[in-house]
Design a protein around this ligand. Structure first.
Ligand code: ADP
Ligand code: MG
Length: 337
């Protein structure tokens, strides 16, 4: 027997699952993104205490009964079909990895029904193994319950941070997702308590539901446009700046991303108005043609690369300066008299 072996499929799927499902928050993110891709108008998320069941319910398009198991196969997706599609991604998912990965490291139950279908389908999968598949009565849409996350990956379980740290991660994530999709109504329950409920009627109502009417009433609108690049959103005045970055939301083509360069550019635009060590409050939506941004950089899809990053950062600075200091000075300088 040589030293180098090809891993068996079960081990391969656990390794792959580890890339997508790093922690409980990643389960929440993937399931909510699937609900959003399914055009849900209403999404309810419940996370029970101490990594108890995570439940995500949506009223989206559901999965055809005869394709439910296919959805749990690795690299099975309804969202793209050829490599060319990678250049024009308009959905949040496209890798076909989330459901198989979550089901590989938990005990998962899915109930789903297409709005036009007579009945729904229920499947139960544990550690990647299908335990049950049967037709059931179900409301239109999809419900996924994830229990005993990492029950078969003791190493991962051990390194999970505390419930407090992890649940605050989930709160941040859902706040940001609900802000990124303000026309969808989100209801989020943590350990039996409703944390927030957005009405699904727009960005300012969503900000009000999450951060309160007082914060919402002081925000400045952000708006700028340059060629095919558009920015809109809200900016907090310097007094709303905090020592953490939890109130910094960047949404690129409907995708929640982390972009240090953008956060930096916005802080710079505040100049001396920003207290030292503080980070400004903003919810910023960037829209540009999909071909000018690459989201396929990392399995968790929170990193994006712009074809022209300099232009993006310049427009961010411009939008912030306009919000803080008023209209931009005319491009054509009047010659000194
Ligand atoms: P991806 O989102 O990258 O396509 P997933 O593993 O997350 O991969 O999901 C596989 C497929 O299952 C999706 O392409 C979609 O067709 C279907 N699916 C998953 N969740 C839902 C949902 N909540 N509603 C409708 N369809 C879903
Ligand atoms: Mg997905």
């Amino acid at each position: 027997m040589g030293k180098i072996k090809v891993l068996d499929p079960d081990t391969v799927s656990l390794v792959a699952a580890g890339e997508v499902v790093e922690r409980p928050a990643s389960v929440v993110k993937e399931l909510v993104e699937n609900a959003l891709d399914a055009q849900a108008r209403r999404i309810t998320v419940r996370v029970e205490k101490d990594f108890g069941p995570i439940t995500v319910v949506d009223n989206g398009c559901g999965i055809p009964a005869d394709e439910v198991l296919l959805a749990f196969s690795r690299h099975a997706t309804s969202k793209i079909s050829t490599a060319r599609d990678l250049e024009n991604i308009t959905t949040l998912g496209f890798r076909g990895e989330a459901l198989p990965s979550i089901a590989a490291v938990s005990r998962l139950t899915m109930k789903t029904r297409e709005p036009g279908a007579e009945e729904g389908m229920l499947v139960e999968i544990a550690g990647g193994e299908v335990l049950r598949k049967e037709t059931v009565g179900a409301p239109p849409g999809t419900q996924v319950i994830v229990r005993d996350l990492f029950y078969n990956v003791p190493a991962r379980r051990k390194f999970l941070s505390s419930w407090r740290a992890e649940s605050s991660h989930i709160v941040d994530l859902l706040e940001h997702l609900a802000l990124a999709w303000p026309e969808v109504s989100f209801s989020f329950w943590l350990a039996g308590r409703e944390v927030f409920h957005t009405p699904g009627t727009g960005l300012l109502p969503a900000i009000t539901a999450i951060y309160g009417a007082e914060v919402a009433s002081t925000l400045l609108p952000l708006e700028a446009e340059e060629g095919e690049l558009k920015i809109r959103g809200f900016l907090g005045r310097p007094e709303l700046a905090r020592g953490h970055r939890r109130h910094q939301v960047v949404v690129v083509n409907r995708r929640l991303v982390r972009h240090y360069g953008i956060a930096q550019a916005i802080a710079e635009a505040f100049g001396s108005l920003l207290p030292a060590g503080k980070h400004p409050f903003f919810v910023l939506f960037l829209e540009l043609p999909p071909r000018l941004v690459d989201v396929n950089v990392h399995p968790q899809k929170t990193v994006v690369r712009f074809a022209d990053e300099r232009e993006v950062l310049a427009l961010c600075r411009e939008a912030v300066k306009r919000a803080l200091f008023g209209e931009r000075r005319p491009m054509v300088k009047t010659p000194p008299s």
